[in-house]
Design a protein around this ligand. Structure first.
Ligand code: WQD
Length: 344
């Protein structure tokens, strides 16, 4: 009997890749998504990639009764991966209450319903944002949590605390917090990838849209940082590697090794790359010249952050494997496929 996993935000960028990896590992998947930042045809593409159509419920996680109905309809959900959240750093500064309501209340609804439906654990989508600018690099899970630079980052920090406090209060669930670094790239089939609404906020979608001619040029936000080439440094992790980390976390939760416990893992490659290095690697990997210009710094940007992934490698048993060159080529192939399909 296949074990059933609920994936909220499962038609999103990381969510859709994770659904495929869960299915490849033999799990049955139920997706809940309100399609506020994705579309239902992602379910069709998941089926094309994995050969299995996941159950799909169009629903907002703010809808407590709706969630309760879905749990009752899909009996036997063993664990949840919770991606559903608003995630644009800049937008969260403009609309903090939308972010606090959506990101906090959605999680609270899920945590309340889990014990009522025998759901054993939750894998939570957190972020390296919680570290702010680390004092020491590479950053480990023991690094101090710093005051978030944005309401978005604050919702990640508060959600981690909500999960810890809920389990401390005796809730019969366990949790694994995955702190992502910078997810990039697309599925090797080019059937799944990042599809931001409107003007991309993140580097790679803006970069590939510039390379294909949708955007006139890429602005590099600052080259006067205290880094070798002056541009910011990040830990860019392939989205398929990231998706596989979620499957490993689910297996750990279902093995019951960690009953009523909270574990935290940094999910990164352990390698820092600067923005300018990434641009250079993109041009080398794809043969496509990129039009970019150095401009002023972007408010709120962290200067440099990359993971120490040893704990995830040794304790969780997960390690990033896909090269940055393959990752950048997959991002470019995805952008070309979007044009071929007339989507962008
Ligand atoms: C990366 C680097 C920019 C765009 C954020 C969130 C994180 C996660 C990923 C959701 C920075 C530079 C970017 C551009 C640029 N969010 N850049 N020109 O800010 O590291 O992380 O997104 O899951 O939680 O904090 O990602 O891709 O926006 O920026 O020069 O047009 O690229 O300055 O140095 P970031 P990013």
């Amino acid at each position: 009997m296949k074990q059933k996993i609920l994936v909220t935000g499962g038609t999103g960028y990381i969510g859709s890749h994770t659904v495929v990896e869960l299915q490849n590992s033999g799990y049955e998947v139920v997706i809940i998504d309100n399609l506020s930042n994705s579309s239902a045809d992602v379910v069709d593409n998941i089926e094309k990639v994995s050969g299995v159509r996941p159950f799909f419920e169009e629903l907002d996680c703010l809808d407590y009764e709706g969630l309760n109905t879905v749990f009752a309809k899909h009996k036997g959900i063993k664990a949840i991966i919770h991606f559903a959240a608003s995630k644009a750093v800049g937008e969260s500064v403009q609309k903090p209450l939308l972010y606090y309501r959506n990101n906090l209340l959605s999680l609270i609804n899920i945590l309340e319903l889990m014990p009522q439906h025998g759901v054993e654990g939750i894998v939570f989508s957190s972020s390296c944002t919680v570290y702010g600018q680390p004092d020491e690099l590479p950053v480990t899970e023991k690094a101090p949590i710093k005051k978030a630079e944005s309401p978005y980052g604050n919702t990640k920090q508060v959600n981690e605390e909500i999960i810890c406090d809920t389990i401390k209060s005796g809730s019969p669930i366990s949790a694994i917090l995955l702190r992502y670094f910078n997810p990039i790239g697309a599925h090797p089939t080019a059937l799944l990838g990042e599809l931001p609404n409107g003007v991309p906020q993140n580097l790679i979608p803006f970069l590939t849209q510039t390379a294909i001619g949708i955007r006139e040029k890429l602005s590099v936000f600052g080259n006067d940082y205290n880094t070798p080439d002056g541009s910011c440094i990040r830990d860019f992790i392939n989205v398929v590697d990231l998706a596989k980390a979620h499957v490993t976390a689910i297996e750990r939760i279902l093995d019951k090794k960690q009953k009523q416990a909270v574990e935290t893992f940094n999910i990164g490659t352990g390698r820092g790359l600067s923005v300018l290095e990434l641009i250079n690697l993109f041009e080398k990997s794809t043969g496509v010249k990129l039009n970019y210009e150095i401009v002023g710094r972007r408010a709120g940007d962290i200067e440099k952050v990359w993971a120490n992934p040893d704990y995830a490698n040794n304790e969780l048993g997960w390690k990033a494997e896909i090269s940055i060159e393959e990752t950048l080529k997959s991002a470019w192939a995805w952008q070309l496929k979007l044009r071929e399909r007339g989507i962008q």
